[in-house]
Design a binder for this molecule. Structure first.
Ligand code: PHB
Length: 360
């Protein structure tokens, strides 16, 4: 069956040539150490998935004290850089390419994971729509602390030095996590931002921190090795925007100036509460490569690329459960189902033990 010729064709993604348009989406898997250091097991996991056009490695903290899950990786000290170097070596040894997703958990960071410190945010508004997922179980989120202007500048510097650390660790580029209600998204979307200074109110103010972070990453890497991920409709972490089409059209136009590797858009809502078409206006406003994500089948991804709606598609849980996903898609082979009970557990079970196809 399926050969999916466009999906499996090469693409120039900024400065990076990719052999197919089947990207691996960033997936939080909490397999790092308690000190947020990437492990050899993580190197094995990513190495197994090197046939992706591009791997976008999981959300990785840019500074200390910004843990939202426990055991997620960081990229703000030497041990973490050394751990990630094992990962990039494993992917490159298999002929792959890997970006690192740079992240600050913002108001989703729980005091119990951060030495008692509150999460931080544009405004002191707690997440109420879902709980914090700690290794010990779920807890209510607490109201975060509002960042001062000096601290906001500090956030931008943390992203810049994390971008430089990612370079040292051997990544091929970085993706800025501007999605899912974490710090940069909390500034961007109106529901979480009640500031009255230069970082709140009008869309150009709400987008300011994200754009400053993108600019800092571009200074380190050049725009052709920087991507940005957004989630205009996702209500996860109590997020909502009063006018998503206006907000994201503005953002897309401003991002054009950086000539990025790509803009990565989650098309839907984890909770299916917010609906709409933000993809079409973003496609119209954004001049570079647009990557789609969330629940695409191979056939749907192929059609979206053929119709000119997208340039590539990032696959999350299907890549997690099928390390050789591009090959399976090309052969129309059946896909393994992901075992969600092992998404956030420790060790190799449900992580590195998904089989590749048996070669004929
Ligand atoms: C994210 O990093 O965007 C993320 C992580 C874990 C989730 C949802 C979103 O459960």
């Amino acid at each position: 069956m399926a050969s999916l010729p466009k999906l499996l064709s090469p693409l120039q993604l900024g400065d990076v040539q990719i052999p197919n348009r089947v990207l691996m989406a960033p997936l939080t898997r909490v397999r790092a150490t308690e000190a947020h250091v990437p492990t050899s097991l993580m190197a094995e996991y990513y190495g197994q998935r090197a046939s992706a056009g591009l791997i976008i490695a999981e959300a990785t903290a840019v500074c200390d004290g910004a843990s939202a899950f426990g055991n997620e990786p960081g990229i703000h000290n030497g041990a973490q850089v050394a751990g990630w170097a094992k990962v990039t070596d494993a992917v490159h040894a298999q002929g792959g390419r890997i970006f690192l997703q740079l992240w600050h958990g913002g108001r989703a960071c729980h005091p119990q994971l951060n030495g008692g410190a509150l999460g931080v945010a544009p405004s002191p508004i707690a997440i109420t729509g879902n709980k914090a997922a700690l290794p010990t179980g779920e807890l209510e989120h607490q109201a975060p602390r509002e960042l001062s202007l000096a601290e906001i500048t500090g956030v931008m510097h943390a992203f810049r030095s994390a971008a430089a650390n990612a370079k040292q660790a051997g990544f091929d580029g970085v993706e800025v996590h501007g999605a899912n209600g974490y710090l940069l998204d909390a500034f961007l979307r109106s529901s979480a931002n009640q500031r009255t200074d230069n970082y709140g109110g009008a869309v150009e103010n709400r987008a300011r921190l994200l754009l400053e972070v993108v600019e800092a990453c571009c200074e380190v890497w050049g725009g052709g090795r920087v991507g940005v991920r957004v989630s205009p409709l996702n209500s996860y972490n109590s997020m909502k925007d009063d006018s998503p089409v206006e907000t994201y059209s503005f953002l897309a136009e401003r991002l054009n100036t950086y000539k990025l590797a790509y803009l990565h858009m989650m098309r839907a809502d984890f909770f299916k509460a917010q609906k709409g078409d933000v993809l079409t206006p973003i496609r119209a406003a954004y001049k570079g490569n647009l990557v789609g994500n969330m629940g695409y089948t191979g056939e749907e991804a192929e059609a979206a690329i053929v119709e000119g709606k997208l340039d590539a598609v990032a696959f999350g849980t299907s890549f997690l459960a099928n390390p050789d996903l591009p090959e399976r898609l090309s052969q129309g082979a059946p896909l393994h189902k992901p075992d969600s009970s092992k998404f956030y557990t420790a060790g190799p079970a449900g992580y590195t033990d998904y089989p590749t196809m048996v070669k004929a």
